[in-house]
Design a protein around this ligand. Structure first.
Ligand SMILES: Cc1cc2nc3c(=O)[nH]c(=O)nc-3n(C[C@H](O)[C@H](O)[C@H](O)COP(=O)(O)OP(=O)(O)OC[C@H]3O[C@@H](n4cnc5c(N)ncnc54)[C@H](O)[C@@H]3O)c2cc1C
Length: 303
């Protein structure tokens, strides 16, 4: 079956956009803020927290970033007004990072100030490796003037342990640990799946052992179990960590079980017009997903 899934994965880039949209629907909470609000409310009612992400990345220039900035300001106000249990996740390339670093900072700062006023949390997503230094730099700069901010560290990068140690050394740190979704060169990234998993656990431990808040963002059941056992055996306080999952990945039962056991669980809820690159990454991220696509494809066309 593995070879078949691998084969299907190679076909994903050639799928018609409409078909990608249909299959990727379950990963996205709609195109509008109203649709996302409904999804977030539903998750909140089930006991989950959320982090809302307005889809979009690599905008044309920093001027084009004004639109996502306004959308994020509106989103923050909506979260407050509707009493949603949600923070936001944001990609710096959506704010113009790849064009003009200082302009991107000004854009980010507007959002940061609004979140500060409303006491809401901002998580800076981690993008591909050319932007790791800048992303960590933005995070460090942001946490100097605002507490409710965190960023993401990718377990597949060799540099991650050092990055975490440096951040922790400098002050209170709040990190989401994920495996990493981008295709990175061999000299900077771990390719062996088991080694990534091992590094992931080491990074989570590094945070927990240093009193650093960690969001354990993975759908890997074995890894979730290993982390959960560590939390229990070391009597880690509930407010020091949370589990996170992406909307649409079929791990709801595991997340419900974690909730029932008293852990905090947060769903990443992406929405917006700019759904295509995110959906393609979700669909391509590992060969077993191609199997899901194949099944979904037939489910969709079944009468
Ligand atoms: C909340 C959250 C935030 C994230 N933020 C970032 C970020 O800022 N930067 C970044 O680089 N990456 C981010 N990621 C993505 C992450 O790096 C991984 O690419 C992704 O989570 C898959 O890795 P995994 O840990 O779930 O392990 P995997 O070994 O890839 O997956 C574990 C199991 O989950 C299932 N699964 C995983 N993904 C899917 C899917 N899309 N559809 C169906 N089944 C699936 C597979 O069946 C597999 O068996 C984030 C992930 C989460 C959960």
């Amino acid at each position: 079956m593995k070879w078949f899934n691998n084969f299907l994965t190679t076909l994903v880039p050639f799928m018609p956009r409409m078909l990608v949209g249909l299959i990727a629907r379950k990963y996205i909470a709609g195109k509008t803020l109203d649709e996302a609000t409904i999804e977030i409310k539903k998750l909140n009612e089930e006991g989950f927290l959320t982090t809302a992400d307005i889809l979009g990345e690599n905008i044309g220039d920093t001027k084009a970033a004004q639109k996502p900035v306004q959308s994020y300001l509106t989103l923050l106000q909506k979260i407050k007004d509707a009493g949603l249990l949600s923070g936001i996740s944001i990609k710096l390339s959506q704010l113009g990072l790849t064009h003009d670093v200082e302009k991107a900072w000004e854009n980010f700062h507007q959002i940061l100030m609004k979140a500060k006023e409303l006491h809401l949390f901002i998580r800076i997503d981690m993008e591909d490796s050319p932007w790791t230094d800048q992303t960590i730099g933005f995070y460090r700069r942001a946490r100097d003037e605002y507490e409710n901010v965190g960023t993401v560290i990718q377990a597949y990068l060799y540099r991650s342990e050092k990055d975490i140690k440096e951040m922790i050394f400098d002050g209170p740190t709040n990190l989401r640990i994920c495996k990493g979704i981008y295709r990175e060169p061999e000299d900077i990234s771990i390719k062996d799946k088991e080694a990534v998993r091992q590094n992931y656990f080491n990074l989570v431990k590094l945070c927990l052992d240093n009193d650093t808040f960690v969001a354990i963002a993975t759908h890997d059941i074995e890894l979730i179990n290993t982390c959960e056992a560590y939390l229990k055996n070391n009597d880690i306080a509930k407010e020091k960590y949370e589990f996170q999952a992406l909307l649409g990945v079929p791990v709801k039962k595991t997340m419900q079980k974690l909730l029932a056991e008293g852990h905090r669980v947060r769903y990443y809820v992406p929405f917006g017009q700019d759904w295509y690159p995110y959906s393609m990454r979700r669909l391509k991220e590992n060969p077993s997903i191609a199997g899901y696509i194949f099944k979904d494809f037939f489910k969709f066309f079944r009468p």
